[in-house]
Ligand binder design. Structure first.
Ligand code: AMP
Ligand code: TRP
Length: 330
């Protein structure tokens, strides 16, 4: 079976962007792939955090992932810091990654511009990401569009290591991103991508009332000032893409016609979207509440995930150490 790996930062609960860009795809791909899904808490400590908050967010993310449909019987779901081989391989990869490759990463430039003092972990963030993926020799990485450049870097890392330490037959595969039609969901402001740090998200576990309070003021096609103004679905940055993601095809066709023909006002259109969104999200919210009531079971699932991940991780590290001469005392 082909092997896939993906990671998500423990930001607490999932938002609709994470869900549509990545996690929904993970749920589909866990059938037919050997799958590893990791809550990347070592990545998360590169931005401000408190220990208690990090602990809570890590558990909450596990609950969100399981409630969304990741099945521990099919996929290995685990927390990064439970498998120390990630940081071990990360260090090794730091020694073969040119500084220039890291400095030109768009996410590094954006994140470092927001900080007075830039810590080395922000620069080296994508090297750890390469280690996450390559530790499992995964060649397919289901992610949203914002991760494409990081995966390019992962391929550079794989190539550099192979060239030095496995020149005859490449040991590490060159991982490719696997995108979805919803690879970039805009936030409620209709401008930036949906992102927790910007505060323009719809949480996956929000109540129908909370979701409605967010949809109601969301921007639509600016040409539609009044209900009778005709609009262009393609110019509606939030509601139309969400319809395409959540509503059945005949409803999407109707939305397009009613927007172009000014048959519905934007509020009517948002109500229809709300109904279809909640159809998909309500069962997830219910499952999350059940899982929250059983924290011990969630911890156990994560421990078991880490145990299974480590079996693979150790094997890779044995090979890496042997090829690099890091096994002198063994
Ligand atoms: P993060 O929360 O940054 O760890 O992202 C987890 C996953 O969700 C990654 O695969 C991202 O590419 C994806 N993702 C995050 N925000 C969005 C968005 N607004 N639209 C689509 N995918 C997203
Ligand atoms: N950088 C990714 C994000 O912010 C999270 C991540 C860490 C990841 N390691 C990974 C994603 C490995 C895919 C594969 O979304």
């Amino acid at each position: 079976m082909p092997r896939i790996f993906s990671g998500i930062q423990p930001s607490g609960e999932l938002h609709v962007g994470n869900y549509l860009g990545a996690v929904k795809n993970w749920v589909a791909l866990q059938h037919g792939h050997e799958s590893f899904f990791c809550i990347v808490n070592y990545h998360a400590i590169t931005i401000a955090f408190t220990p208690d908050e990090l602990r809570r967010r890590t558990r909450d993310m596990a609950v969100s992932l399981l409630a969304s449909g990741l099945d521990p019987a099919k996929a290995v779901v685990f927390v990064q810091s439970d498998v120390p081989e990630h940081t071990e391989l990360g260090w090794i990869f730091n020694t073969i990654t040119p500084l220039g490759e890291l400095e030109r990463q768009v996410q590094f430039k954006e994140k470092s511009a927001r900080q007075e003092q830039v810590m080395a972990g922000i620069l080296n963030y994508p090297v750890l990401q390469a280690a996450d993926i390559l530790l499992y020799l995964a060649d397919t990485v289901p992610v949203g569009e914002d991760q494409v450049q990081h995966l390019e870097l992962s391929r550079v890392v794989a190539r550099n290591w192979n060239a030095r330490f496995s020149p005859d037959a490449p040991y590490f595969p060159e991982p490719q991103p696997k995108l979805t039609p919803t690879r970039r969901i805009a936030g409620l402001d209709g401008q930036a991508k949906m992102s927790k740090s910007i505060g323009n998200t719809i949480g996956l576990l929000e109540t129908p009332e909370q979701v409605w309070d967010k949809l109601r003021p969301a921007v639509t096609d600016p040409a539609r000032q009044r209900k009778t103004d005709a609009g262009e679905p393609e110019k509606c940055p939030v509601i139309y893409p969400l319809h395409k993601a959540f509503s059945p095809v005949p409803v999407v066709t109707e939305v397009e016609a009613k927007c172009r023909g000014a048959g519905w006002g934007c509020m009517d259109c948002k109500k229809v979207l709300h109904t279809h969104m909640m159809e998909e999200l309500t069962p997830i919210r219910t499952r999350a509440a059940e899982l929250h009531a059983r924290p011990k079971d969630v911890d156990e699932l994560l421990h078991d995930g880490a145990r299974r991940a480590r079996l693979v991780a150790r094997e890779t590290m044995d090979t890496v150490r042997a090829r690099m001469g890091l096994d002198a005392s063994q």
